[in-house]
Design a protein around this ligand. Sequence first.
Ligand code: CP3
Length: 351
Amino acid sequence: MDSAPKTDRDKPLLLKTLSGEYTSRPPVWYMRQAGRVLPSYLELKKKHSFWQMMKDPELGARVTLLPVDDLGVDAAILFSDILVVPYAMGMGLEFTDNGPVFETALSKRDKPFQHLDPQPAKLEYIYRVITSVKKSKPPHIPLIGFCGGPLTVLCYMLEGLGKKADFPEAVKFIYKSKKDTKRLVDMLLEMSLEYIRGQVRHGIDVFQLFETHAGLIPWELYKEVFLPAVKTIAGELRDLNIPFIYFPKDIGTGIGDVSADYCDFLSVDWQTPIRQARKMVDPEIGLQGNLDPRLLYSEKPEIEKVLKNYIEFGKEHQNWIFNLGHGFKPGIPYEKVKYMTDYLKTADWHR
Ligand code: CP3
């Protein structure tokens, strides 16, 4: 007897899209979907600190799954932060109302290496959160693990805090000593690989690298000093059989240089129109993105107009994941996020 026709239900939508299979609509998830815009998260935040929510396996799993329950997104992203890696390398870290702050800014030290003391065991609490998510998540929802890109994480380590968007001390350090920068990138890469293997061992289904500050330096310099680390990460994930999404924000025409050696999917920022990105990026690489989250300050007809354009794009392109062109910031109205999610999930994608 013929087997029943395949439906979107037999394998998570996101995993199907990542492996090039047919889906009746693109998967939908959002960068920074767990914190910031969810009323349920803002309630929990009144009672628990960010560290508490990250470190407690039950709380961490609960927050990871809030957007799945509240918004109905097609994937969960681990509730953690990119700065847990330097924390595990010995850098004291606090999350304040003004963003993350390190005890020591490495750029202020004569011998920055002596202030680092990598201890992979300091990531164990995150693996407990992953185990807890795996136990409680619905089976059709894959779990996305992540870490920060080498330049982005190094910027915070060198600068000490994330308040100044242009990271002046970090960029000065990079230009003053490429040799020291490369040595720090190597140390960071080693810890990131350890962290990636740990996440995979504990059951993540997909991995994303957040290189949010890739546009801070010329692309040529990025390619020389930082991109080799991305290739190593991509190779590691390929060996581990985990789909890899790379998000190098603000690299402009640099997206044309990213070959399939660097990622399976490329997450595109909101500056580049998605169709233009599709023309520039290697056809072997799938795309993710790239709605400007601030569109959700607009009225519904305006939002609908933009979503319809994405639906047109999605009609013709299977290897694409709907997402934002950068993570949500607090203040985006939750009700609009819900409206967008429902709209995308119930639209006729003509596939
Ligand atoms: O949905 C999620 O939020 C998933 C977990 C997640 C967090 N941070 C939790 C968090 C992820 C994927 C990140 C990534 C991250 N962290 C990036 C890349 C993000 C991107 O969209 O490109 C960066 C640059 C950081 C460093 C960081 N952590 C900053 C600059 C801040 C303060 C500003 C902000 O984003 O809110 C944080 C704190 C942080 N990380 C919060 C959360 C939920 C806010 C904590 C709170 O609610 O007080």
